[in-house]
Ligand binder design. Sequence first.
Ligand SMILES: [Fe+2]
Length: 386
Amino acid sequence: MPIYHRLGKIPPKRHTQFRQPNGELYYEQLFGTIGFDGMSSLTYHLRRPTQVKEILSSIDVSPKIAEAKTIKSRKLIGFNAPPEDDFLEARKALLVNATVQIGVAAPRKSLTDYFYKNADADEMLFIHRGTGTLKTFLGNISFEYGDYLIIPRGMIYQIEFDTEDNRIFYTESTDPIYTPKRYRNHFGQLLEHSPYCERDYKLPTDLETHDEVGEFTMKIKKQGMLHTLVYASHPFDVVGWDGYNFPYGFSIHNFEPITGRVHQPPPVHQTFETKSFVVCSFVPRLYDYHPLSIPAPYNHSNIDSDEVLYYVDGDFMSRTGIGPGYISLHPGGIPHGPHPGTYEGSIGHTKTEELAVMVDTFSPLQVTEEAVKIDDGKYYQSWLEK
Ligand SMILES: [Fe+2]
């Protein structure tokens, strides 16, 4: 997160004595990434953040692969993924490779009886249905329909949902999730031609400091395992912090579309980037205004990347048989494009209400057993002329 933020109370000089009212020191922690080279925050705790009491269990939660190598276009019915009470068990990884897991989740219950940390990956949670609060040791972020929540690796968090009807599209990325570099200046500030700016971010607020000792369960995801640890003090015991490493939210509804006289390519929709994939937001917008323009996209070969589209709302102009929560996979190696009728049918239309999230990966994706369960099975033939 390339902007500076601070909450609570911090000492005027880093790495110096900072005392509690009773005279004891606060415990400083550098919460950083990429060794000491990535973004970091300095946090100040009531107690040592290192007090592991027990390690109870370690279970393998790595996705089960059904098809490791595929050239088949697929349509997955995301809302057919079954709801689960537990926030982590609800996650169904569908399309994965060595650096990213892409999936959906329909958690019914809030995650409040334990704490969670993903030590492997930055998480992006896209909220399709549901409202609530992301609670972290660096403050809280309220969320609603259309929000991206970017949660850097190592963030200890809980999540509270207001109802049981929640639908999330997510990625877990071993590469850090950043804003697109081409939209940032030398200092990290988003430029004028960026489709969004810092003012649009939902930053953490309401830092809660819990002065509690006892037994606090934390589930930590690392190397495909979920480890359950017990800590001796409440993980949310931060009295203040500052820096650049923290979770934030961004609403897809604040993404300002870039349009042109003729069809604009997917990079104009880019919202986030990593070394191994990009995330794009397709939002309601006016169509191309050249008098002979064709609003639907041309056929295209993403020869060396796999394309995943998560359909959120509205009519998707280039597809037929698509509804909210559907996911299409267009694998690299073969071209894809508008369905029969949609290319010609788009001519003359002046705007679209489509809302979708796209994830393009630079390495091929593997298809999981969970994906096969919700695969319509015949999408790959859907371009045939009848
Ligand atoms: Fe495409």
